[in-house]
Design a binder for this molecule. Structure first.
Ligand code: 5RP
Length: 233
């Protein structure tokens, strides 16, 4: 029995391929985190193996990205070793019409913001389900928190009108721990009319390391869609 291909995976594959095709030889590439960028990293590895690309260097945004990059033969560098990042390719959980994002579904938003913000060109790869009219419509805001500050931060975000929930691991037997050793609160807001303001306000709470609102960073949004059952970008 053959099963029909997952339409979301088809959209992610299409957008991953399109983004990977934008990378040129010699580029320093920020490697995002998540299922869409995992496919993009695979495409980059395939282009290297075929000889279409040479001499690229990856700056990983997470442990996951560095493991995948090594698996697909992409040499890695740290931010101490490069003068600049030519382009970063990363996924998102929500994208608004102004190209503002919510990220952090993979708990990697702190490193992602560092890498994506340093890139000359930040390309976002999403399937069409991620497009929203206003941030916060479907996804809570991930907030990375120092473990010792968890309770005061929860109180502070509640005072701002948010509903915080500690992110638990898949087996629900313990909290998700980030690559930095911190925890993640997923904070639901009824509406986010001013993402720039909320980004700053959240980061001003003592104990907050970084939040998943990305304002004015993304330059290009590549959206995978299904047209007549066929994936396109
Ligand atoms: C990780 C992220 C991801 O880019 C985001 O969650 C999208 O992931 P996916 O491509 O699996 O839908 O921000 O922290």
């Amino acid at each position: 029995m053959t099963t029909a291909p997952d339409p979301v995976k088809l959209m992610k594959q299409a957008v991953a391929q399109t983004a990977a095709a934008r990378v040129t030889s010699g580029a320093v590439v920020g490697l995002g985190t998540g299922s869409t960028t995992a496919l993009m990293i695979q495409c980059l590895g395939e282009r290297l193996a075929k000889g279409e690309l040479a001499n690229i260097k990856g700056v990983p945004t997470s442990f996951q990205a560095s493991v995948l990059a090594k698996q697909y033969g992409i040499p890695l560098v740290t931010l101490d070793e490069v003068e600049k990042i030519d382009l970063a390719i990363d996924g998102a959980d929500e994208v608004d019409p102004q190209k503002n994002l919510i990220k952090g579904g993979g708990a990697a938003h702190t490193r992602e913001k560092v890498v994506d913000a340093l890139a000359d060109l930040f390309i976002v790869v999403v399937d069409s389900s991620k497009l929203v009219d206003q941030l916060g419509s479907t996804f809570p805001v991930p907030v990375e928190v120092l473990p010792m500050a968890l309770t005061p931060v929860m109180r502070a975000v509640t005072r701002l009108g948010g509903e915080p929930q500690l992110r638990m691991g898949v087996k629900k037997d313990g909290p998700v721990i980030t690559d930095q050793g911190n925890m993640v609160l997923d904070v639901k807001f009824a509406a986010i009319p001013d993402p720039a303001e909320l980004e700053k306000t959240l980061n001003n709470i003592p104990g907050v390391v970084e939040n998943g609102i990305f304002v004015n960073l993304a330059k290009v949004i590549l959206v995978g869609e299904l047209k007549d059952g066929q994936p396109s970008v």
